[in-house]
Design a protein around this ligand. Structure first.
Ligand code: FES
Length: 292
């Protein structure tokens, strides 16, 4: 049976359209420059939370504005509607900052949809702000018209946000579901003598690819696909971050601790799956999924 193609077909077309690539490129570069790697950037990505910060923040503003519309329709207390409207407007600033930060480290197709998502939401934000101003001046009717218009445009923005999250998997964890893909127990990987010393390489284990780093007689093994957008970690740089040995993803710079795969720096918010290792007497490396 054919699916309903309307809005999703439009969003798919948006992904492929190159019409806005120049402003997208310029804005993404400006955001990366204004919010450089560091604590603020990690906070806006949601690294301390372990998941992206933008979606829950966006839900707060949208929820406030939806509730304003319900109160307006019900003819309820105008002060309550104003309070909800103002809360949504005040919450929009951190929401935009977190969204822009995530957006600046996405694939181009995701950025194209995200750009229109942002334009819709900025338009909605302007209308809600104008609505609040009108209501504070006592122009209740104008305020209601402005906020209903804002809600309609905000719904378009929300739809495109959903498209990015669920169809384009922006913000999702792209690390392989190791427990579903690797049977329990130990598995032979390769002879230790086949590995270069001090340089990560990729090795396959069943369905998944692994990041394998030999350092002398020790071996570190992580899932090779970066949790952010599946970049190849074995092509990343090895660095020391706060005294911890880490690997930096070559695509957008997410930094993972080698000891346990935890995130030191975003945009990734989920850890890289780890594997326990042991070496048999004949020099064969064996691995099994880690407990972390
Ligand atoms: S794929 Fe984006 S940081 Fe790794």
């Amino acid at each position: 049976m054919r699916g309903f193609a309307g809005p999703v077909a439009l969003a798919d077309r948006l992904e492929k359209s190159k019409a806005m690539d120049k402003p997208v490129r310029v804005l993404a570069k400006a955001v990366r420059r204004r919010i450089p790697p560091g604590r603020l950037r990690d906070l806006l990505h949601g690294v301390p939370l372990g998941e992206p910060l933008h979606p829950p923040l966006a839900s707060v503003s949208l929820g406030c504005w939806m509730s304003t519309a319900v109160l307006d329709l019900a003819g309820a207390d105008a002060r309550a509607a104003r309070l909800l409207l103002a809360t949504g407007v005040a919450n929009a600033l951190p929401t935009v900052a977190a969204g822009l930060t995530d957006w600046s480290s996405l694939h181009r197709e995701q950025q194209r949809v995200g750009f229109v998502h942002m334009l819709s939401n900025l338009t909605a934000f302007s209308l809600f702000s104008a609505s609040l101003a009108a209501r504070l001046r006592g122009q209740e009717r104008t305020g209601k018209i402005l906020s209903f218009t804002g809600l309609g445009i905000g719904m378009l923005g929300a739809y495109l946000g959903g498209h990015m999250a669920y169809r384009q998997a922006a913000g999702a964890n792209h690390a392989p579901q190791v427990t579903h893909l690797v049977p329990l127990g130990w598995h032979d990987l390769c002879p230790i003598r086949d590995l270069p010393d001090g340089r990560p390489v990729a090795r396959r284990l069943g369905y998944i690819q692994l990041f394998v780093l030999r350092q002398g007689d020790g071996v570190t093994v992580l899932a090779d696909h970066c949790p952010h957008l599946a970049g190849p970690l074995h092509q990343g740089r090895l660095v020391m971050s706060d005294g911890e040995a880490c690997v930096v993803c070559p695509w957008h710079g997410s930094t993972f601790r080698l000891a346990d795969g935890s995130v030191r720096h975003g945009p990734a918010t989920a850890p890289a799956p780890t594997f326990e290792t042991r070496i048999r007497r004949d020099g064969t490396i064996q691995v099994r999924p880690g407990l972390t």
